[in-house]
Design a protein around this ligand. Structure first.
Ligand code: GLU
Ligand code: MG
Length: 449
């Protein structure tokens, strides 16, 4: 995190006060994917940046039901500091500003469980190899009236469902515009009561910040319109799931790695190694991307959620959907990691994708064969012949693969990996036998703001 000078902080405080900002909200995304934060008067800007706000270490192991999943590293003793990253501060409407927080220890060093620090580290490792990268987020969410019944009709991609919430969409456009989030599209999605928006590409750390802020802004706008927003991977039993796909592109010396080269669709050798690393790493690391007890119910074949560890051009059943540099793709070639959902911490999810990309590069892996057909329609034997495996279909199998992954352990460190696994094991232990109906209802708003 870049520490601002006293002069910079003072100038920022004066600017915020002149603009009518009263409170600064600073937040983290925790190990369970929940956004938690604190607010301070703007007069305390220096303090929230340099000293930070107190938080018990349990913030690293809070679960979706607010229980604490203790690991030996997390105890009742001690105090962490939430330090607002003022270089990422955004002025919101209505006298509020927001800045993401990094979690520091009292020794002035980032804690080992700070997810922003983890993503920054992975990004730094790629930059040290001479690579630049961008990431762009997509968010699917369900809109539910705070009071009254849900309509039982729906038109997928219908204009009607968009007009029904037009006032909300105008507020979202204005709030996202003011915050500089680069809103690119808003539409009614396939699933009942489901909408989607996409955001312009940015450096991975900024892309994850944008996703956290997008959830906050959606929550603010929804409150003004009597709506509730759900990012749950499965908001309704047997309904369509909400994804939180991330698109990644990479360049070396300004040259894209996914276009203009000798490989399939113009993919370079390094671009191929990145895709190979992600495809081969996903069975171990998907527990960082689709981690919650509801995630496996979304990550099923036939749901366009990317349940198979393979890649293919515009293949919506592949965990890695390749988008080539075509005239219909102004951002250029990129890989969309589809298996990610909104119960994941976006810093951890983006950092995990970069970890797998780095592994592919370090091992100089070759691009696996492209999957041009729908893997759902193939027989088990056909998939096996093409080396396509289904991602672990239960939370237990996902967590076991993750816990035993030397790739994950090496990149995240024991403290962070054990915290991420512990909060999810708590979900399994506590709700593993709860009915689908009850569990989707109970956690419908667990990842909402
Ligand atoms: N709703 C699907 C998911 O769970 C994605 C549908 C699509 O946008 O392709 O990821
Ligand atoms: Mg979608």
């Amino acid at each position: 995190m870049r520490i601002l000078s006293q002069t910079e902080i003072e100038a920022m405080k004066e600017g915020l006060e002149a603009g009518g900002v009263k409170l600064l909200l600073t937040s983290i995304v925790d190990s369970a994917g929940v956004i938690r934060g604190k607010q301070v008067p703007v007069a305390r800007l220096k303090s929230v940046h340099l000293a930070g706000l107190g938080a018990s270490s349990t913030w690293g192991v809070f679960c979706i039901d607010n229980e604490v999943a203790w690991t030996p590293d997390f105890t009742a003793i001690g105090d962490e500091r939430l330090r607002a990253d003022l270089s990422a501060l955004v002025e919101l409407e209505g006298g509020l500003a927001w800045a993401p927080a990094d979690v520091f220890g009292q020794d002035g060093e980032p804690t080992a469980w700070c997810s922003r620090a983890f993503l920054r580290q992975q990004q730094g490792r790629l930059e040290a190899l001479g690579l630049d990268m961008l990431a762009g987020g997509e968010l699917e969410f369900s809109l539910i009236p705070a009071e009254g019944p849900l309509r039982d009709d729906w038109q997928s991609y219908g204009v009607g469902p968009e007009l029904d919430v037009q006032g909300f969409l105008f507020d979202v456009e204005a709030a996202f515009g003011n915050a500089g989030l680069g809103l690119e599209q808003l539409h009614a999605e396939y699933g009942a009561h489901q909408y989607e928006l996409s955001l312009s590409p940015a450096l991975p750390l900024q892309a994850a910040d944008k996703l956290a802020l997008a959830k906050i802004l959606l929550g603010r706008a929804a409150r003004r319109h009597g709506l509730l927003v759900s990012f749950s991977p499965v908001p309704f039993a047997n309904g369509v799931g909400n994804g939180a796909h991330l698109h990644f592109s990479f360049t070396r010396d300004g040259q894209p790695l996914f276009s203009g080269h000798e490989g399939p669709h113009g993919i370079s050798r390094e671009g191929g190694a990145i895709i190979a690393g992600v495809v081969s790493g996903l069975p171990e690391l998907v527990g960082l991307l689709a981690p919650s007890l509801l995630s496996p119910m979304r990550l099923q074949p036939g749901h366009w959620s990317g349940a198979y560890a393979c890649w293919g051009m515009e293949n919506r059943e592949a965990a890695v959907r390749f988008c080539a540099a075509t005239s219909g793709n102004p951002h250029g070639a990129n890989m969309e990691v589809k298996c990610i959902d909104g119960s994941a911490n976006p810093y951890i999810a983006a950092g995990a994708v970069l970890t797998m990309a780095l592994d592919g590069l370090a091992r100089d892996m070759s691009l696996p064969d492209e999957v041009g057909n729908d893997p759902v329609k193939m027989s088990h034997e056909e998939r096996a012949a093409l080396g396509i495996s289904q991602l672990p279909p239960t939370q237990g199998e996902m967590l076991e693969a993750l816990e035993n992954s030397s790739l994950a352990r090496g990149a995240l460190g024991d403290m962070l990996l054990d915290a991420l696994v512990a909060v999810r094991r708590h979900e399994m232990r506590t709700y593993g036998n709860t009915s689908l109906e009850d569990v989707t209802r109970k956690f419908r708003f667990a990842w909402s703001v």
